[in-house]
Design a protein around this ligand. Sequence first.
Ligand code: MSP
Length: 638
Amino acid sequence: MPDLRNYVTTPIYYVNGEAHIGHAYTTFIADSVARHSRLKGIKTFFLTGTDEHGQKIEESAKKANKPTQVFADEISRGFKDLWDEFNISYDYFIRTTDEDHKKGVQKAFMAMYNNGDIYKGNYEGHYCISCETFFPESQLIDGEFCPDCGKPTNIVKEESYFFKLSAYEEKLLNYYDEHTDFILPKSRRNEVINFVKGGLNDLSITRTTFNWGVKLPEELNDDKHVLYVWLDALLNYITALGYGNDEKNMAFWPANIHMVGKDILRFHAIYWPAFLMSLDLPLPKHIGAHGWWTRDGEKMSKSKGNVVLPKEVADTYGLENLRYFMLREVPFGQDGDFSQRAFIDRINSDLSNDLGNLLNRIIGMSGKYSEFHIDSKDVARLHQKELDEMNSVLGNLEKFLDELQTHRYLEELWKLFSIGNKAIEEHAPWVKMKEQKKDEALATVALVANILAKASVMLNCIMPSTTTTISEALGFTINTEAYRSLILGQGLLKPFVIAQVPPLFPRVEQPLLEPAPEANKPESEDVEEDNLITIDQFFQTSLKIGTIVEAEEVPKSKKLLKLQVDIGEDKMRQVVAGIREFYSAESLVNTQVCVVSNLKPAKLMGMLSEGMLLAAKDENGLCLVRPESPRKAGSSVG
Ligand code: MSP
């Protein structure tokens, strides 16, 4: 057997607030991947931890009136305690304030410096403290606000060391080209590729305006700088393995998967690979970017008071129910909504009805027919059809987990329970018993026991403790050996006596948590729950047909075109639109478009924009939405 290794990471969490459901989601997926990998007998290293430097943390500590390190210690401990309570199987919990990490970061900085990728210069730009990122003016909203989080940016001017990111443009593009599954889901590849194609500026990687960060290596004798928090943070993935210190776990590098949220994909899919190329280290195999969780259709925020706290949910509904729900409910990469109704439906229908009842049924039947003794001896003879169906499901399952499609993985896995339930209905063991065909009745019970056993092995990574209870009831232990014999070897359970377990998934009849504040006062129930709007709300948006009369490129912008659009008013409307990558200015003149005409005017790169064009975008690019045949300028759309 080759010496297989697997390195799985979560992002390291900022220590400026307690863990919420989004953090739990990333951690649950990574934990499930790590657990399944260990089950397969692969040496696995699973890393999580906290990201503790930067201005944001310094400011949060000030607000809390605590020394920054004390503040960071407390919140970091909160994350660690939560993951321990949640039975997260991490192998190492890194903190960026660890001495070893800081030493490793300085070593990496020196290595990049020595190979000519770092130089000293000056930086002036718009900085978002919340995202700890500089943005070019062209990307700001209304010339001021951060395009990622919407908060105001500040102009920062400082001496800075730069990383020659621009030198890696082509190498990165080649890498994406050659490794089409580097970014998962694949649908997110293009957004990264387009960003790189749009041109990469060198990256400012030190700051002089605050102190809370890793100091520059002593060799550089420049103590007014601290390292940019994202360089510091990304390097955690190798310092955790001992990079720059004892290197003791570096054999785990490269990572198989960095799990991240979609908001931090760019850092992981562009900056991080470039840093690694500079360090002459191999690149991670996959970056898995998941979507964001909302609550009852609303973005979660402290100010709205609608943040879902994972501990509260787990304590109320059960930790493993929560894991199952989150991983089953949302296609990987898409945004997900946390609503108690959807959660309760999953518990009652998938867990209680499909899985729980099946176990109860075979406990009940084996108790009645054979004093709880179960023997697989006649299963292959009498149930080959079901065994074939089961093996075909099991044979196709793992690819979904490899692609992080946990919802598909679970959906497929649940087919096993349908096979079990169908077999019971079709073969009706109670009838067979009456007909004195005890062997046949017991074979069906044993078939279902095997189905449950195999499903438990594969479900173990998602619901470790519940499946351990099931396997104990079924007289076996879930481990690599069981995986090899029951799954890979398609073997069946040895004779055993089934143990009675209390119902594993009691039904939930009504929501157990207080509703989110917003959900208390819906205008009408349907509207709130289905995220629908009324016709009146729709007509609050004024959509008009416009004719583009003039179009010109905006100097120094790769994205923007400045358009004069006739929408049937006395004056032309000036619209600044980010469509230059998809349309040339000349090609637009005298064509028609749909314009949102009652948007508050905004400034883009200092130019007034008095409307927005409707456009549709997918992985093949962007196209404008236009009338099928010419209409009078100013005609309303709707
Ligand atoms: N410290 C950086 C990561 C550095 S990794 C080298 C960071 N931390 S964070 O605490 O702000 O976010 C951690 C993760 O939580 C990110 O992957 C982010 O996408 C995720 N989430 C934060 N809010 C979320 C939701 N509402 N839903 C899902 N995940 C979200 O970024």
